[in-house]
Design a protein around this ligand. Structure first.
Ligand SMILES: Nc1ncnc2c1ncn2[C@@H]1O[C@H](COP(=O)(O)OP(=O)(O)OP(=O)(O)O)[C@@H](O)[C@H]1O
Ligand SMILES: [Mg+2]
Length: 289
């Protein structure tokens, strides 16, 4: 029989409230961080989530591996209802999370030990742990650093080791919550390249939360959040075609998209939603002819 929810991730009328209480336990205030969100993410998709600070991205993402449970509504991860405690084990293994600060995520003294912690914790046999460590470090381009101390790595390298630690659990889905926010431009590129490779080569579902618009253009689909709601969704081209709407939501567009938009406003016959320099050059060449 077909499962009711065969998406990788599905939320139905998801609402989450943070409740602040005083010392006696009386409710002092409620913040509705996620407000009636319905999304569905299919296996193998590369999804980006955008939104201004405080729009609810992290709160939403924490529902995807049962770090938070819905106040109202339901979340399914690979068909498992996250509110059902019996599913916790499955969910945590299938959906791994990478956070902003790599220093908080690495615990091992040596890179390969760190990557092996997860599989060790779930009782994977030693021989297989080493196989997983090797394959995971190779997948993120960090194998040659396997004997190093994580302390001596750059931020981008550390972040790739964190990702390797997640891959070693053989997840179906990886959620990256601003993984590049603390990195330099090269570190950012390497981390995004690693995430794209996992998506394309291993078919792992990727959910990327980011403030860098340039990182979004590779995704299959984008969700834009504001005040706990999903305000926009579509392909990167559909989203970035709406420059004025994005400005209302206090978001940027990629620089080349903005330039193309400005040129169009000044009368050049360009299409909306140009995402790369190559696309802009192609269209400018056509005008000259
Ligand atoms: N632990 C918490 N307790 C109370 N309120 C919280 C908590 N974490 C977040 N919030 C509030 O919930 C709302 C959504 O926060 P969230 O961190 O999910 O947003 P975000 O989109 O991830 O923001 P950012 O871009 O800054 O990471 C905000 O109003 C925030 O102040
Ligand atoms: Mg956040």
């Amino acid at each position: 029989m077909k499962k009711k929810h065969d998406e990788m991730i599905c939320t139905e009328d998801l609402t989450f409230e943070y409740i602040r209480r005083d010392e006696e336990g009386n409710v002092e205030g409620i913040t509705t961080a996620v407000d009636d969100v319905n999304i569905s993410i299919n296996p193998g998709e590369f999804i980006s989530i955008l939104g201004h600070n405080g729009s609810g991205k992290s709160t939403l993402a924490k529902h995807f591996n049962a770090l938070l449970y819905p106040t109202e509504g339901t979340v399914w991860v690979d068909g498992n209802d996250t509110s059902n405690l019996q599913n916790l084990w499955n969910i945590r293994q299938e959906a791994g999370m990478v956070f902003q600060n790599p220093d908080n995520q690495i615990i091992g003294q040596i890179v390969e030990e760190d990557v092996g912690f997860g599989p060790e914790n779930i009782g994977i046999p030693t021989k297989e742990i080493w196989e997983r460590v090797e394959e995971s470090l190779k997948a993120v381009g960090m194998y040659e650093f396997r004997k190093n101390s994580p302390n001596h790595l750059s931020g981008g390298q550390k972040q790739r080791v964190s990702i390797a630690g997640v891959i070693a659990m053989h997840p179906k889905c990886i959620i990256l919550d601003e993984p590049t926010a603390m990195l330099d431009p090269n570190g950012r590129k390497d981390v995004i390249r690693a995430a794209r490779a996992l998506n394309q080569v291993e078919n792992i579902t990727i959910i990327l939360i980011t403030h860098y618009m340039e990182e979004v253009i590779y995704s299959d689909r984008v969700y834009v959040m504001d005040k706990g709601h999903v305000e926009m969704q579509g392909t990167p081209r559909e989203i970035f075609s709406q420059v004025d709407r994005l400005k209302e939501l206090r978001l940027d567009v990629p620089q080349v998209t903005l330039l193309a938009h400005e040129l169009k406003m000044r009368g050049l016959p360009l299409e909306d939603g140009i995402l790369t320099i190559e696309e802009l050059v192609d269209q400018l060449k056509k005008i000259r002819k």
